[in-house]
Design a protein. Structure first.
Length: 406
């Protein structure tokens, strides 16, 4: 399918605005990284605790942050998840021994600040299976339930609580009337022992700083290995200069993307590394398609200038570039707009990377090829001139020698 047919846009004539834009973005990104002391790593790389909390009515982020600061030292970040009552609470901790203590402090602080209405009762929204069974064993035994029936009832309750649309948050204990196997007597007993709290603690992640450091180094190694492997592949399939041009373009994409993460103060975690590796492959594939067309056209149009052949090749692959990049961009922008806070970093990297990766194949990688071709052509011309001068200087000597013989 072709959107454009027989186009003749002078892409290479418009390369300088894009090259200047790339230089500006690179300098701004590197400057931001220098001022901030490097990228802002998430707990995957720095170590720390991350907790996802779902509220019946979400309190302001600053109120949550202020409550946690009373017990937890260090940086505390509270991110509100759009279109929901959820928040993501993260804190960085340098001491691996205190991670579990921080997790416990976060839970107790949140309960004290936002869940005081529960009192001494079991919170049906935060309690685990074992604690709920222990709390209900004696009261429900008096109601005639055996241990097997108790276990089945508890599993049914928790399954009901954790199933969407509740997703861990029961707003009123009367909802439990919908749970199969719970009669009125059992439900009344549960109401006496339990209460429906104001929040539910979902995902909890705890990563030690040593593990985070190892993961960070592994992530850097993976990106560098990917670039090196692609350099070897393209140099083998085309020529070494093609591989160098492609790797420079991909490295350019990666540096600008990381710089934009620093400028917009976004965290880099494992999902972002996955997005960067995706972009490395995506941008490289787009560049290879253009390079392959250049190679074909060099065989078919050997008399044309190299610049004209490169420009024609870009025009010939324009429809494919727009279709591929456009559809991928629509998917990425949808993830960014509707994917929520959890996918924010991943989708942001994809959106930025697709834009930069698409234009770098045209305005970064291709001009590098032309520059190198011009350098090589200049060397060949100087070599021919040098050989010609040598021949001219040799003729008078020969003639003079002949005259001397006479």
């Amino acid at each position: 399918m072709e959107i454009f047919k027989q186009t003749n846009f002078d892409f290479l004539g418009k390369k300088w605005p894009f090259i200047i834009a790339s230089l500006v973005l690179t300098l701004l990104g590197l400057g931001s990284l220098f001022v901030k002391g490097g990228p802002k790593y998430g707990i995957d790389f720095n170590g720390g605790a991350l907790m996802e909390v779902n509220f019946k009515q979400r309190p302001p982020a600053e109120q949550i942050r202020a409550a946690l600061r009373k017990k937890i030292s260090g940086e505390i970040e509270v991110q509100e998840v759009s279109n929901s009552e959820r928040v993501l609470i993260s804190t960085s901790v340098r001491d691996a021994k205190s991670l579990e203590a921080v997790r416990s402090d976060m839970l107790s602080t949140l309960n004290a600040a936002f869940n005081s209405s529960v009192g001494n009762k079991l919170d049906i929204n935060t309690v685990g299976q074992d604690a709920l069974m222990d709390g209900l064993r004696d009261p429900l035994a008096k109601a005639g339930l055996s241990d097997d029936q108790l276990g089945a009832a508890v599993r049914q309750i928790l399954n009901y609580r954790d199933t969407p649309p509740r997703s861990g948050l029961i707003r009123n204990l009367d909802e439990l009337a919908n749970v199969p196997g719970l009669n009125a007597a059992v439900l009344n007993t549960i109401k006496q022992v339990c209460a429906a709290g104001n929040m539910h603690v979902g995902r909890i992640e705890v990563v030690g700083p040593k593990i985070g450091k190892d993961l960070r180094q592994q992530a850097i190694n993976v990106v560098l290995i990917a670039l090196a492997a692609m350099l070897v592949y393209i140099a083998f399939r085309f020529e070494w200069i093609y591989g160098v041009a492609a790797v420079i373009a991909v490295f350019h994409d990666t540096v600008i993307t990381i710089g934009l993460f620093s400028i917009f103060n976004k965290q880099i975690d494992l999902t972002v590394i996955a997005a960067l590796l995706t972009l490395v492959g995506y941008s490289m594939n787009d560049t290879i398609v253009t390079f392959d067309r250049i190679r074909e056209n060099l065989k078919l149009h050997a008399r044309g200038s190299f610049r004209d052949i490169v420009n024609a090749s870009i025009n010939q692959t324009l429809s494919r570039t727009i279709l591929t990049s456009g559809l991928t961009f629509l998917t990425a922008i949808s993830l960014y707009l509707f994917g929520g806070q959890v996918l924010s970093g991943f989708s942001f990297a994809l959106v930025v990377g697709i834009i930069i990766g698409t234009y770098s194949s045209i305005f970064i990688a291709s001009p590098i090829l032309i520059f190198w071709q011009d350098v090589a052509e200049g060397r060949r011309k100087r070599s021919r001139v040098s050989v010609g001068d040598t021949r001219v200087r040799a003729v008078p000597g020969a003639v003079k020698g002949i005259k001397t013989v006479k």
